[in-house]
Design a protein around this ligand. Sequence first.
Ligand code: PMP
Length: 288
Amino acid sequence: MAGYDDRDGKIWLDGQLVEWRDAQVHELSHALHYASSVFEGERCYGGKIFKSREHSERLLQSGRLIDFEIPYTVDEIEAAKEATLKANGLTDAYVRAFAWRGAGEDMGVASARNPVRMAVAVWSWGNYDGDAKMKGAKLDVSKWKRPSPETIPSHAKAAGLYMICTLSKHAAEAKGCSDAMMFDYRGYVAEATGANIFFVKDGEVHTPKPDCFLNGLTRQTVIGMLEDRQVKVHERHIMPEELESFQQCWLTGTAAEVTPVGQIGDYNFEVGSLTRDIAEGYEQLVRT
Ligand code: PMP
């Protein structure tokens, strides 16, 4: 497979569709040096992007949280995503919408004089972790902690927050794991590197309270599905020693969808009936 910079197709860049290989930025783009960048990961199923407007709204909100205003409205972003899917002839695709501080008069830490730029790229992307859907993913335990909201705007989907995720995932992959679970700065269970986490104990569901990490759209959808099924959901702080008492575990995220987890470090979980029911239910929901 060719690299992501070397493909056929079109990318939407600053209001226009350009050839995939021509969608380039200058080396002195502020984002490349200081992480002034925000993004969305979305999935289009059968021609419809799941929770498309919510993703566009979150993109604008992430920009504001890192001090920039993306120069497009939600409707314009919606149109950009539709146009990009159409130009690439895709109905089932991953959609990456992103915005960043480009190159401009500023090359120091401050960036107010540099333009905010935006792009949308789409591509075919199958299961996040194909095998895990059946057997349960194997997760490492990261040594990196999700930071306090006083350290960084933790609720932005911003590039800077992913540095520790990349480090965690590299360490996980080196141990034969597909992802890593992260604790937060207080020591509570937080999430995986790009997905939220749920546990099942005696028929009830426990999931970390998203007070220092992204309250994922998939997470919110799955909580709604559980409530529809009259399953009790506890959103709360979860201590590491509780991991031993949970019977099932899954991850949620746009890319991960609902991915069963079989192992986190030394703890094992079964891919049980509630996990399977929610995974299948989610697959149906996104296609309706
Ligand atoms: N946490 C992190 C760190 C993520 O990158 C993602 C993926 N966007 C999520 C949680 C899940 O968010 P969503 O369900 O909105 O995709």
